[in-house]
Structure formats: C-alpha cells, structure tokens
Design a protein around this ligand. Structure first.
Ligand SMILES: [Zn+2]
Length: 674
C-alpha cells in the first residue's frame, strides 16, 4: 500500500512539473520573470523573513494537499488490491483510479474557472453539471468502499452522515437581517470602483450600454459632475478620501509609502467608532493598497498584503488549489489567493461580495469602505468576456476595459441587492466613487495645442493612471451620493462645480453631526451641497489640487508591462520583515520631487511639470493646452499659480524652475502694502 501511496505522489509531482511547464508556454511572462524583476529589489530585502515564511507556507500547503489527495487515491485502490493478486492488473486499476481522480479535478476546474490556463476540458461533456455528478459519484463510491474496508461500516456511515449534515447546514445557513439597537444612526457605505471613468457611464454618454446597474443607481443619486482625485492612485486616493485631506497634508504621496511617514488616524473612523459604529475596510486587491486595521478599522476584508502576492498569484493556477480556494477556510490557508482579484482566473466577485456583506454588523450601525478592483489591469476574470458586446477598434486595453465594465457593473448590482435584501439600506448613506480614471491613448483624450506650439516635447496623452496630470481622463472621477430613507424617493441631481474626493469626510462630519478634536488638522475638503447650490461655499470659485504619482517611462509603451514597470522602480523599494513591499524612506523625498503638480479652477488646469521649462495651461472644455508665455486667453492663471504655489510651498523639489518667485513676491507685496 505504501508503495502505491508514493507511486501516486510521484505521478502527481511529475504532472505538476509538466503542467507548470505547459503553463509557461502559454503565459505572456512567467512567474520567474516577475521574481527576476523583484530581485532588482536589493537581495537582502528579498530574503525578508515575512516573504520567505509566506512562500514556504504556500509550498508546504501545496505539498500537503497533494499528499492528502494521494492518500485518498491509495485508499480507493485498497479493496481491489485485497481482491486481486496479479501485479499487472493492480497497476492497471491504480492507473484507472488515479486518472479518474485527475479527470474529475481538471473537469471541475474547467467548469468553475473556464479561463484557467489548465482549463482544457472546458466545453466538454465532462465539464458540465451532469458529467461532474457522474464522475464525482463514481470516485466518491470508490473512496467510500476503501474507507469501509479500512474503518468498518459504522464509522464510515457516521463519517458520511456528519459530512452531509455539515455541508447542508453551511449551504442553507441564512445570514441574519440587519436589526440594530440604535435605529437613528444610518449605515454609511462608501463604495469605490477602481479606474471607473465617468465618461464611460450613461449620465455622460447616453449611448453607452456597459453599466446599466450603475446607471440605474446614478439615476436616483446626486452626482457631483466635475470631481477630481487628488492623485490618480488607489491608496493615495483612498487616503485622501478617508482623511478629508490632500496628500501633502496626510503624508500619503505614493501607493507604497512607508507607513511611518503617513498619518494613519482618520478622525472619521475614530468619531464613528465612538458613536457605536462598526468600521470595515474591504478591498479585493491589496498589492498597491495597504490600508488595514492599523488605520483604525475594526476589521479588514480581502487578501493578505505582501510581496509574496505577485509570486504566489502567478504560480497558483493549479486545479486542486483553484478548487480549494472556493472553501471558506482558504482565507486562512491561502490568504494571498482567497478573494484576490489580482489572481483573476479564480477570483469570484460574488464570493467577495458575500464575504463583505456577511462581515457587517447586524446589531450596530456600519461604516463600510469597499473597493472593487475588477477594472484594473491586467483585466483578467474567471469567466470569458462577452466579445460581442464590445466593438474592437485595435486598442486591446480599452477593449478589455469596456468588457470588464459590464462585469464590475454586475458585481455592483449583486452587492447592492445583498445590502438591500439584508436590510442594510433601510436607513443608509451611500457614496459611489471611483479612485481614478484610466488612460488608453484614445484620440478623444488627446490634448491639442491652442496655438502653433510644438506638441512633441509634451506628453499630451498617456497610458494608465497617476502617470500624467495633463491626462484629464486619469484624474476625473465619479462621485455620487444617495440617501436611503424609509418611504422617501431620492431625486436625481447633477451638481456642477469643482469637487474632490477629499469632500466626502467633511460632508459626513456635517451630516452625522461629528466634530474634530483639538489636535486634528482641519479638513481640506468642503461640505458637499445638498442641493445644486451650496449654502457654505461659492462653488464657482472652488480650486482643487491634483498631483501625479511617479512618471514611469515604461507606462508610455503601447502595452503596459508589469515587469518593466516594476523593474524600473524596484530599486527604490524594500521588503520589510512583515513581508510587505514599501518604498525606501531615503528615496521618498527624492521621488516627491519628481511629481507633477496642478490646480483646477473653473474650466482650467494649470500645471508645473518638473521636466518642462514653462507652465502648462489647459482648457478642460476645449481639450487644448498652451504654455503660459504663449497664452492669449482670459484664464486667471497668475491667480491660479499663486494658489498652487501656496498649496505646495515647502514641498520637496517643488518649483525647481522658480515660477513661484514672482507670484509669491507679488502676493507678499500686496500683504505688506495692506
Ligand atoms: Zn485604483
């Protein structure tokens, strides 16, 4: 028997190696190339205890899973081996049983995860409910016979009954409905959709058909039309939203900022906790967003954060593992794969939704900040996209983006239905936002020069997000508000003016009667108007600031290559003892110095670019640019420059071309004259 066990193991190991090589043939780049890119991170950093621990744990678990599987196969062979003496026939029986197990796992993998690289049984009768039931039944009977031979009738029967009742209980368990003790405090839901461009939604582009559910939600919401993210990067955008402050004031200037340089306490979370709220942060992709319990939340839902994510998600497309991460205890065993959108081939949007809604409190009011990342590069998903719904125009990224829009739209609907069915929306405030847009080098997004200036020196269009502040589609975001009150229908409103994601925190403070404490910095944001006009702020005079992340050269290529992007910047990062990738603090200031910075006012944007001599002025309505020395229009750019200089004054590397000298001298002069 022992020989059969090890023989099965050897067969599995051999298959794993073959399958791994087969996957490498199909993949655009291998997991090792990612690992190679990561070695640009100083070798000693790569050997951090946390990373080694995570990788070892993963390898051991894979081994353990396959050992258990071998044991099941061996047990299934046992009764036959007792009946038959002929070695050749024994081997044949072992082969048949092993192959039927392999086929079952491959068929189930192909059925549940059709885009898996090893899903080659997809669309065959085996990968169907009928095929799986028949094959699964045969394999199970074989195993039970083996078990019966080993432990006897009573024990086998007891084991079967216990398993059936356990799975029945877990599948029929209905989660409790929301029934809080405090009925007056509304639930607060801040729902973020990664990279969602407002100009791809129905309210801006009525002929667009990708997002019927988001459009339906917006048709009953207050939409703040011109909203900008302070920086078009996930973590920075969320930090600004939750703190109500610009990156310059909360310290979070890059996605992987060293946590000790960031202000991690949010007055919003602190005050709501004091009011008896349960606070939850949920996100399905943590590579570039490190918000966790350290930031004050009671709980965080989503995959684990760490450098091992990139490596594990790349080697993990193994059928047995894919099937395993459907099970709830995988959250503990495979923390980098469970609910991880970055592991797109097995990411289940509904499973993530349910994990989030089931984590909410049913007795306390909730503050939930949740972020859905399906719209993010590399646009992979568990199921194939509907290629009929999107028109191919030669732009792969944009094609996939539009196809994925429908997927994130269905996820949003399922999530809202969940909240509604469980009673969470009976008294609730919902903000629906995007953290940034996305650049696809589309013709319609290209800025043109308003005069006869040379376009070639300036990037008037760009790929990605956070890479170029002149790309309006990267920083223009969705921000909508909706109040759910019993018996009241909300009316749609489109509020024009200039808004930023930093306005949400002060607005919630106002609506929920919260107040800042003495050491808290004041909010940079304004209170969003209830109506189309504001009682507190002259919306027409509002100024909003937007800065870039790092301008990365490889992002300007026609195909965004994770590997190149990572290797270009990797030397500036380290892997800490907890296994997380973090920007090296000694480079932090230097990298801040390379930022592009800008101010928005009415329909103009004024930008200071570190590698460009002149100031750039953009007319956002006309989609034109000019450098200020050539500008002949009426934009009050000097006034805008004064505000820009005032906001970023003292920031590392800001204004290396000395544009602020004149305006600051002028404004100081006016002050002293007064
Ligand atoms: Zn994002």
């Amino acid at each position: 028997m022992l020989r059969t066990f090890w023989r099965t193991n050897a067969l599995m190991l051999l298959s794993l190696i073959l399958l791994y090589n087969f996957k490498q043939l199909l993949q655009y780049y291998s997991s090792f190339s990612i690992a190679t890119a990561m070695t640009h991170i100083n070798q000693t950093h790569l050997l951090s205890n946390g990373l080694l621990f995570d990788l070892t744990q993963f390898a051991l678990l894979i081994l353990l899973l396959h050992l258990i599987w071998s044991l099941i196969i061996t047990l299934s062979c046992r009764p036959w081996f007792n009946l038959i003496r002929h070695e050749g026939i024994k081997t044949q029986i072992w082969l048949i049983i092993s192959l039927s197990h392999f086929t079952l796992v491959f068929a189930a993998n192909a059925y549940l995860f059709p885009t898996s690289l090893l899903g080659f049984l997809r669309d065959t009768p085996l990968a169907s409910p009928f095929g799986l039931t028949v094959l699964g039944g045969l394999v199970a009977i074989q195993f039970l016979w083996g078990l019966y031979h080993l432990i006897g009738r009573v024990a086998t029967l007891a084991l079967v009954l216990v398993s059936i009742s356990l799975s029945y209980i877990s599948s029929t368990k209905v989660p409790d409905a929301y029934d809080p003790i405090d009925k007056n405090s509304p639930n607060v839901f801040i729902i973020g959709i990664d990279a969602l461009r407002p100009d791809h939604l129905g309210y801006r582009k009525p002929e667009s058909h990708f997002t019927p559910n988001i459009d339906l939600f917006l048709s009953k919401a207050t939409v703040f039309d011109e909203t900008y993210t302070p920086q078009a990067r996930t973590y920075v955008a969320w930090m600004s939203l939750l703190s109500g402050q610009y990156p310059k004031n909360n310290g979070a200037r890059f996605n992987l900022a060293p946590p000790e340089l960031v202000q991690t306490e949010f007055p919003l979370i602190r005050e709501l906790k004091q009011q008896g709220y349960m606070t939850t942060y949920a996100i399905d992709e943590r590579r570039f967003n490190q918000i966790d319990e350290e930031y004050g939340f009671d709980q965080v839902i989503g995959p684990k954060i760490g450098a091992a994510d990139a490596i594990i998600a790349n080697i993990a497309d193994i059928p047995l593992v894919n099937l395993f991460i459907k099970l709830p205890f995988s959250e503990v065993l495979f923390p980098y794969l469970y609910m991880n959108r970055a592991y797109g081939k097995a990411y289940d949007p509904r499973l993530f939704n349910l994990s989030v809604s089931n984590s909410l409190s049913t007795t306390q009011p909730n503050l939930l900040a949740v972020h859905f990342c399906q719209l993010h590069w590399p646009f992979t998903s568990k199921n194939f996209i509907d290629i009929e719904s999107v028109e191919w125009s030669g732009n792969y990224n944009h094609f996939m983006y539009q196809a994925m829009l429908s997927k994130v739209d269905s996820q949003f609907r399922h999530f809202m239905d969940e909240l509604e069915n469980r009673g969470f929306l009976e008294n609730a405030i919902v903000y629906l936002v995007s953290d940034h847009g996305e650049g696809f080098m589309l013709e319609q997004d290209t800025l043109v020069n308003s005069g006869k200036e040379d376009n070639s020196k300036l990037n008037v269009n760009a790929w990605g997000h956070g890479t170029n502040i002149l790309s309006q589609e990267q920083s223009n975001v969705l921000m909508a508000y909706r109040k759910f009150t019993p018996g009241e229908q909300s009316r749609p409103k489109l509020v024009s003016g200039m808004f930023s994601l930093i306005d949400i925190a002060p607005s919630l403070f106002n609506e929920l009667n919260l107040s800042l404490e003495t050491p808290d910095k004041p909010f940079d944001g304004i209170i969003l108007p209830n109506d189309t006009v504001s009682m507190t702020t002259d919306l027409t005079e509002r100024e909003v600031f937007v800065e870039s992340s790092l301008p990365v050269k490889s992002i300007n290529a026609s195909f965004i290559d994770d590997k190149k992007v990572f290797s270009e910047t990797a030397s500036k990062y380290e892997v800490r003892d907890n296994g997380r990738v973090v920007m090296l603090s000694q480079f932090y200031d230097e990298l801040i110095g390379k930022k592009q910075r800008s101010i928005y006012y009415k329909n103009w944007q004024l930008a200071i670019l570190p590698d460009f001599e002149e100031l750039i002025l953009i007319d956002t309505k006309m989609k034109t640019w000019s450098s200020t020395p050539h500008y002949q229009g009426t934009a009050p750019w000097e006034k805008m420059l004064a505000s820009l200089c005032d906001h970023y004054q003292g920031d590392q590397g800001f204004d290396s071309k000395n544009h602020c000298r004149n305006v600051l001298a002028v404004s100081h002069k006016t002050v002293s004259e007064n």
